[in-house]
Unconditional design. Structure first.
Length: 287
């Protein structure tokens, strides 16, 4: 069962001046031996356990921006001070002024055991920009500097995992508490992210109908995301109906990754249904 809060990504984000509900979006492609996923809507904390499980070694937080932790002068705290506030053990690699203002980099890198990632992203605060990679177990300060140089000089939308070397298996970038860009060598992670998005969308609908701060809903088994990805690489989904016992999501395959200026289709290529009481997911034929 997954706990989905009432202030999750699907609950707080909207589309356009009409403030329409934010859709589920998912796109996956293979490139240079890696899987590249663009998806929404998910906050970093809503995926933290999946990222920790997919990492092969320690995790490095290389970029972090938030309004949740500010000093007396309303300046953001350094990432290391945020980790200290949360009681997350880590080591710090200062990068210096050259990294200041560089997209995708902070002035320091936090290195922590992967098991600490859910503790850092515990849902009590919100990083609106976050970039992290996994590392070899015996990573050196010089390697961290080299990784930072690759990340800091990358072009827009340029795949990076291949440039970081075979020892890195995961790169996550989250934006605006909503958008997810993921590169991974783990073939199971894209499907796990898609399953989590379906769960978050359904759970947000159930939570909105209850008086509590969150709801608990089951995730679909691997069969559902595997079926979707085998059918098409690009999907968009929207709530069809929602009660405390039954949630229906309308899914549509797209010819390209969804963008904000693309209207949400009214047609459905596949409908999935969550029976909240039984804790089961099933597909419903369309047409």
């Amino acid at each position: 069962m997954i706990e989905v809060g009432r202030e999750g990504a699907f609950s707080v984000n909207c589309v356009g001046v009409e403030r329409r509900p934010f859709p589920l979006s998912f796109s996956v492609r293979q490139e240079e031996g890696t899987y590249v996923v663009a998806a929404g809507a998910a906050q970093a904390g809503e995926l933290a356990d999946l990222l920790a499980a997919a990492a092969s070694g320690p995790v490095a937080v290389v970029s972090l921006e938030t309004n949740s932790y500010l000093d007396a002068d309303w300046h953001p705290l350094r990432p290391s001070l945020i980790a200290a506030e949360l009681g997350v053990p880590c080591t710090v690699r200062p990068l210096g002024p050259w990294a200041s203002g560089t997209h995708g980099l902070a002035e320091e890198i936090l290195v922590m055991e992967r098991s600490q990632l859910p503790r850092l992203l515990d849902g009590t605060w919100s990083p609106y920009e976050l970039t992290l990679i996994d590392l070899p177990t015996d990573v050196s300060p010089e390697q961290l500097d080299a990784f930072a140089l690759v990340l800091g000089t990358a072009g827009v939308d340029e795949p990076l995992l291949g440039r970081l070397g075979d020892s890195c298996r995961l790169l996550f970038s989250g934006h605006d508490d909503c958008y997810v860009l993921l590169e991974t060598r783990d073939s199971a992670l894209p499907g796990a992210v898609l399953a989590r998005l379906l769960t978050l969308l359904a759970g947000s609908a159930v939570a909105a109908l209850t008086d509590g701060p969150s709801s608990y809903v089951p995730e679909p088994g691997p069969w559902l995301p595997e079926r979707l990805m085998a059918t098409a690489p690009h999907w968009i989904g929207a709530l069809e109906t929602a009660t405390e016992e039954l949630v229906t999501i309308r899914l549509t395959a797209l010819p390209a990754p969804w963008r904000l200026d693309v209207p949400i289709p009214q047609r459905s290529d596949l409908t999935v249904e969550l029976d909240v009481r039984l804790g089961s997911w099933r597909t419903i034929p369309t047409g």
